[in-house]
Design a protein around this ligand. Structure first.
Ligand code: NAD
Length: 517
């Protein structure tokens, strides 16, 4: 078995990352590489094979051949589920190594990758393995004359395109249901965070996944990603990333009429009413924006606080923000690590400046934390005196920057919360049950958490409305996306079939009459 070196024992070691195609770790057709850096130092940690259209084609052909020939598609569901459970065991066995790779590549604190992201990735496989064995269909008996029923079948070759925030978790969130349903796939991981995905090939081989079922092609979005989307042998695209990229992907795949699931950007509101448990609301507000370095699609980046409690709540909030421990992501007590890339840091910082120019007050943070000169660090930042029409309140910043906006009434809170192009998640903090349900109904959002932080339930649908995406994944919604629904109608007796052409024709020209022959 061809292997690759993805050992990161010391900060000076540079991993060699290849594509994984048809059960082999392989170099790219053009032989070019790109570098991935450690966000804490901006030193290289990986040399990554750069994929182009030829590599995508090779991977798609392998996935197509395997899909058609089997045995993955034709295997008994229970056997396939067993293989997926072995993948979960493989992830468990390598949790520490994968968590280290993830932290090294993304800057996410090790406490979060080790205890949350990587174990959750193993759960994704166990969960969808189990669900696949419960997939059912409907029957429509028609008066004892017909039996009309549905079956679900795999769609074919899936293209899975993922972003750099929590990469391993998001990749497995797609791969697990995709493969559980019997499809084959090509994964194109984000170019800023390819390291952890490179472990998957090894784990899949150990688990006994047949060659060609799972393929990884590294590379950039405009080349490798676009080639995957445009490939005529790819039946569906599951994409998570920016809204503008999702729009481009829809355009690019239109000619080959693909099925899409698009999980896109967000600018999620948190509404805090005076009747809420304000201590818990404060914890949730701080966690909701600063966990995962603020690089969370469902981050509660717009905080609406009722006017009567605004000043005190914001005073406590800014104190907590200043207290958040920013530091080296491998330190156990680090709560916020460096942002993924210098370009991203620059973009996030530019929003702090835009906020200042728009008249917002930087109430906490706003700059590089003292003593952390090398990496892409930014202090947890709170902007106050924000109005909802400002760019900082309308555009996704995707970093540890919180906008606080006061409101007077429930109606105003809902109106402000909905006055944005995104609609991924929303959070409500109130002690009033009727208000909780009323506001949950009124918010334009795919997901609403009430008196709760961002707790995910794998059975529940996940996805956005408005510019936050199309489609839902999670639980049986994932299987709806990753399967074709076929309707079969069987006649159980001799129903009437209109007998066209059965009556002898009288007069006129019969068949062949008048022909030249
Ligand atoms: P991005 O859109 O820049 O890139 C995502 C992926 O798409 C990468 O693998 C990239 O290489 C690829 N890509 C880029 N251009 C492409 C093209 N033309 N054709 C095909 N593929 C292309 O996003 P990002 O910066 O990596 O991630 C951050 C974004 O992801 C944020 O907007 C965030 O909200 C969003 N996100 C959404 C969810 C969700 O569930 N809704 C979850 C996580 C992240």
């Amino acid at each position: 078995m061809a292997t690759q070196t993805v050992k990161i024992a010391s900060s000076t070691e540079v991993a060699e990352v290849k594509h994984f195609i048809d059960g082999q770790y392989v170099d790219g057709a053009q032989g070019s590489y790109f570098v991935t850096n450690n966000p804490a130092t901006n030193e290289p940690v990986g040399e990554v094979a750069e994929g182009h259209a030829a590599d995508i084609d090779r991977a798609v052909q392998a996935a197509r051949r395997t899909f058609v020939e089997g045995p993955w598609r034709t295997m008994k569901t229970k056997e396939r589920a067993e293989v997926l459970r072995r993948i979960a065991d493989g992830i468990d066995a390598h949790t520490e190594e994968i968590a280290r790779l993830e932290t090294l590549d993304t800057g996410l604190p090790i406490s979060q990758t080790l205890k949350a992201q990587i174990p959750r990735s193993a759960d994704n496989f166990r969960f969808f393995a189990e669900m696949s064995t419960h997939m059912d269909g409907e029957t429509y008996p028609v008066d004892g004359e017909f039996l009309n029923y549905t079956i679900r079948q795999p769609v074919g070759v899936a293209g899975l395109i993922t972003p750099w925030n929590t990469p391993f978790m998001l990749e497995t969130w797609k791969i697990a249901p995709c493969l559980a349903a019997g499809n084959t796939c090509v994964l194109k991981p984000a170019e800023w965070s390819p390291l952890s995905a490179s472990k998957l090939g090894e784990i899949f081989m150990e688990a006994g996944v047949p060659d060609g079922v799972f393929n990884v092609v590294n590379g950039f979005g405009e080349t490798a990603g676009a080639a995957l989307v445009a490939h005529p042998e790819v039946n569906l695209i599951s994409f998570t990333g920016e809204t503008t990229t999702g729009q481009e992907i829809m355009r690019n795949g239109a000619a080959t009429l693909k099925r899409y699931s698009l999980e896109l950007g967000g600018k999620s509101p948190m509404l805090v009413f005076p009747d809420a448990d304000l201590d818990r609301a404060l914890d949730a507000a701080v966690f909701g924006i600063f966990s995962l370095n603020g690089e969370r699609c469902t981050a509660s980046s717009r905080l609406f606080v009722q006017q009567d409690i605004h000043d005190e709540f914001v005073a406590r909030l800014t104190e907590r923000a200043r207290n958040v421990r920013v530091g080296e992501p491998f330190e156990d007590d680090t709560e916020v690590g460096p942002l993924i890339h210098p370009d991203h840091l620059e973009r996030v910082m530019s929003y702090v400046e835009i906020g200042r120019q728009e008249g917002a007050t930087v109430a906490a943070g706003g700059g590089r934390p003292p003593g952390l000169e090398a990496g892409n660090y930014l202090e947890p930042t709170v902007l106050t005196n924000v109005s909802n029409s400002m760019r900082v309140a309308q555009e996704e910043i995707f970093g540890p920057v919180l906008c606080v906006i006061p409101f007077e009434t429930e109606e105003e809170a809902v109106q402000l919360a909905n006055d944005v192009r995104y609609g991924l998640a929303a959070y409500i903090w109130t002690g009033n049950v009727a208000r909780a349900h009323r506001v949950a109904r009124a918010l334009e959002s795919g997901k609403v958490w009430v008196n709760s932080q961002n707790v995910r339930e794998l059975r529940a649908p996940f996805g956005g409305v408005k510019d936050s995406g199309t489609g839902r994944e999670g639980g049986h919604y994932s299987f709806e996306f990753y399967t074709e629904l076929k309707n079969v109608c069987v006649a159980m007796g001799e129903h009437r079939i209109p007998r066209l052409g059965a009556k002898p024709r009288t007069g006129g020209a019969g068949p062949g009459a008048g022909s030249d022959a």
